[in-house]
Design a protein around this ligand. Structure first.
Ligand code: ADP
Length: 398
């Protein structure tokens, strides 16, 4: 059975075709500059490639290009889209409405659209992609939506409320929703598998560290707290996002520089974090290289990010009254042994011990803690597309 996984942005569309009989990727690709010009790059699992520039005024033309790439191009992997059993969409914001993945119908599309007020860069694009799929493939291929937020819907009000006047929660649903839920769920399931334990019986902290970063505390098998908040800006510093800071710092800067709320939003989302501090890049590889070469601001950015990650982990250890397993994932989590070593060394009070040779591995699933360690520490490459495909399969099988 083949599942087509879609991750749509306003001008881009990432996709994977996954054979669920063996959970192998058959093809993956990316459409870019939708609404501007249009380009597709597509690759089959056996390494054949198809690249083309073709007009994509809307997501519909992008899907038509995908159909061509998959069924007719030199990198074709299927004869027709009739071979595809279902389509699974990644959706950024499910608010308090969607507590799990579900089948798409008109009501679901409308609700995703309404939640666009809280995710203006993402949800409207997801709706365009769902509608474009209906236009391109008809109603006969079922579509499933999988939300970044739904794994975090188990948080209690104690964890998700902001201490603002209550009316803003009532009027505008301002509260913590979290993000990266599909990834936190995927890697925490895998931690339980590797521990050969029921997830309900272990306290897990999952650290998804990529361009966007978040840390989640999982107890009794469910998320009890997570670092991202009302939007993916909350938490600790990321590639270009600030994470948590004193709101007064922002109102002060806004007054000094005569900035609008939209300006502040741009500064905190696009110009802050590792980029803002280092002044070099949002990419940890560039910043690490500059720090090694003696750049003080790059070194400061690296030190700040590590310290903030450690503090979040520490706070979740307190929130859960302990921790059994810590897991690193995402581009940074999977590839930065020094960051992992820093965190583990500073958890020495819990007798955390890692094998420095195993910790040097990058991008591989590995338990880096030793048998004597007080906490098991894992690196687990995340696979959100596979998680979406699994949910899609499970929902259409019901
Ligand atoms: P996204 O959130 O966009 O999916 P990724 O999970 O791909 O991002 O993570 C991107 C981050 O991972 C970048 O900061 C990048 O520097 C870092 N990264 C990726 N590969 C490596 C590597 N081999 N060594 C160190 N950092 C890496």
């Amino acid at each position: 059975m083949k599942i087509f996984v879609v991750n749509a942005g306003s001008s881009s569309l990432k996709y994977q075709l996954i054979d669920m009989d063996n959970e192998q990727v058959l093809a993956k690709g990316l459409c870019e500059r939708i609404g501007v010009t249009g380009a597709i790059s597509h690759k089959s699992a056996d390494g054949r490639k198809y690249e083309a520039e073709t007009p994509m005024p809307t997501h519909s033309e992008a899907f038509e290009a995908v159909v061509y790439a998959m069924t007719k191009s030199e990198a074709k992997v299927i004869d027709s889209f009739d071979e595809i059993s279902a389509i699974g969409h990644r959706i950024v914001q499910g608010g308090a409405i969607f507590k799990g993945s579900c089948l798409v119908d008109e009501d679901v599309i409308e609700k995703i659209s309404e939640l666009g007020a809280m995710a203006p860069l993402h949800n409207p694009a997801h709706v365009l992609a769902i509608r474009a799929c209906i236009k391109t493939f008809g109603e006969k291929i079922p579509q499933v939506v999988v939300f970044d937020t739904s794994f975090h819907q188990t948080m209690s009000a104690t964890a998700y409320m902001y201490p603002l006047p209550y009316e803003y929660y009532e009027k505008y649903q301002v509260r913590k929703y979290g993000a990266h839920g599909t990834s936190h769920r995927f890697v925490s399931d895998r931690v339980a598998d590797l521990e050969c334990k029921d997830k309900k019986d272990i306290k897990i902290i999952t650290c998804h560290l990529g361009n966007g970063c978040s840390i989640t505390a999982i107890k009794d098998g469910v998320c009890i707290d997570t670092s991202m908040g009302f939007t993916p800006l909350d938490g600790f510093m990321m590639g270009t996002r600030s994470g948590t800071l004193d709101p007064s710092a922002l109102t002060y800067i806004a007054e000094k520089e005569n900035l609008s709320p939209a300006d502040i939003n741009t500064i905190c989302n696009k110009k802050s974090g590792m980029l803002g501090i280092s002044g070099i890049s949002n990419d940890n590889r560039d910043i690490g290289a500059a720090a090694d070469a003696g750049n003080e601001r790059a070194k400061l950015a690296v030190d700040m990010q590590r310290y903030q990650i450690l503090k979040f982990i520490g706070s979740y250890i307190a929130a859960m009254n302990g921790v059994d397993a810590i897991c690193f994932t995402g581009g940074i989590g999977e590839n930065d042994p020094e960051l992992r070593e820093y965190v583990c060394e500073n958890l020495g009070f819990l007798n955390v011990k890692i094998d420095k040779e195993l910790n040097k591995l990058r991008g591989k699933e590995v338990k880096i803690s030793t048998d004597e360690s007080g906490v098991d520490v894992f690196v687990i490459p995340t696979n959100e597309e596979l998680a979406i495909a699994r949910d899609t399969l499970s929902i259409i099988s019901k």
